[in-house]
Design a protein around this ligand. Structure first.
Ligand SMILES: *[C@@H]1O[C@H](CO)[C@@H](O)[C@H](O)[C@H]1NC(C)=O
Ligand SMILES: *[C@@H]1O[C@H](CO)[C@@H](O)[C@H](O)[C@H]1NC(C)=O
Ligand SMILES: *[C@@H]1O[C@H](CO)[C@@H](O)[C@H](O)[C@H]1NC(C)=O
Ligand SMILES: *[C@@H]1O[C@H](CO)[C@@H](O)[C@H](O)[C@H]1NC(C)=O
Length: 273
């Protein structure tokens, strides 16, 4: 028997098969990428409605994991109710999700007092912090141009977004963070990298808890911490900003450092036996 030849077995059929098999496996986002249909079909005079495209399932944790440079942020999310919350929003194709993911570098370059505060957050505050990095709506980079005024995040706090050309900044009152890259952006899910942790004033603007007062009441030295709460120094972020939105760096540096550390600890334990 001759093998069946199908004249209609073109790219679209292939795409449909890929979508179905990707969904059957329920996993790999890269497969979904491949299956993306051509975006701009030519105008057709035919009134026949196009078949509804298969809904795109984007696993948010997986996107962050694959990118490699969001390990700290993932550790705040993983296994918490926020993870479910973010994914529920990502599954909502009517509204979608925009996530501003701080890189590992963003966490390690936090000022010492903010690092200390981060360690002392309650679970509820950690949840609020993660929610503060998410908008319950999909925004492409271009759509930020037309936004003005405070935006409601997934939590109860707001921030401002300002955009000029490809440059987009998120400002919280404590932090002004430029978007440094677009990690994933396809409706209904957008994940943008920021090189600063978005610190809500409502949590991090509170007075810094001080250690127990010293016994000498009068001649205590003035604390080194400056009380002025302003925009953080840009930390050479402006260098990145020009390339924002045009670069797609999937930075492996973080994981190399992590595996290096892991090896070091492993060898240390081995040698100490
Ligand atoms: C989403 O991705 C994470 C991380 O890769 C994985 O642990 C989880 O099982 C995935 N969830 C689903 C529903 O596929
Ligand atoms: C999101 O959708 C996927 C695929 O339909 C499903 O497996 C997953 O459980 C959903 N997650 C949530 C939190 O609704
Ligand atoms: C974004 O912030 C930088 C400083 O980090 C500033 O130079 C730039 O003008 C800001 N851009 C917009 C569009 O607000
Ligand atoms: C956001 O912008 C409004 C003006 O549109 C301003 O009043 C407010 O202070 C800004 N908030 C932050 C957190 O920057």
């Amino acid at each position: 028997m001759e093998s069946l030849k199908m004249p209609l077995f073109n790219g679209i059929a292939l795409a449909i098969i890929l979508i179905i098999s990707a969904q059957a496996q329920g996993t790999d986002i890269n497969i979904v990428y491949l299956a993306k249909a051509p975006a701009s079909a030519p105008f057709s005079s035919s009134p026949v409605p196009a078949p509804a495209p298969a809904p795109l399932y984007v696993n948010v944790s997986n996107v962050l994991e694959q990118a490699g440079q969001f390990k700290t942020f993932l550790s705040l999310i993983a296994g918490t109710k926020v993870e479910t919350q973010l994914q529920t929003q990502a599954n909502n194709t009517q509204q979608g999700l925009t996530l501003f993911a701080p890189s590992d570098g963003a966490f390690s370059s936090l000022r010492p007092q903010y690092k200390a505060m981060l360690r002392m957050l309650t679970d509820e505050q950690k949840t609020s912090l993660v929610e503060y990095h998410a908008l319950p709506m999909f925004y492409s980079l271009g759509q930020f141009q037309s936004l003005s005024g405070p935006l409601s995040t997934m939590g109860s706090y707001k921030f401002n977004v300002s955009a000029f050309g490809a440059q987009v900044n998120v400002s919280t009152g404590l932090v002004n963070a430029p978007l440094t890259s677009s990690v994933f952006s396809q409706a209904p899910v957008a994940v943008y990298e920021v090189n600063k942790v978005l610190l809500p004033e409502e949590i991090f603007g509170l007075p810094i808890p001080t250690p127990a007062p010293s016994p000498e009441p009068v001649s205590a030295p003035t604390p080194a911490l400056s009380p002025s709460v302003g925009v953080q120094s840009p930390l050479s972020s402006s260098d990145h900003t020009n390339a924002a939105a045009h670069t797609w760096p999937l930075n492996a540096k973080g994981s190399v450092i992590q595996s290096g550390l892991f090896m070091f600890v492993f060898l240390f334990l081995l040698l100490n036996q």
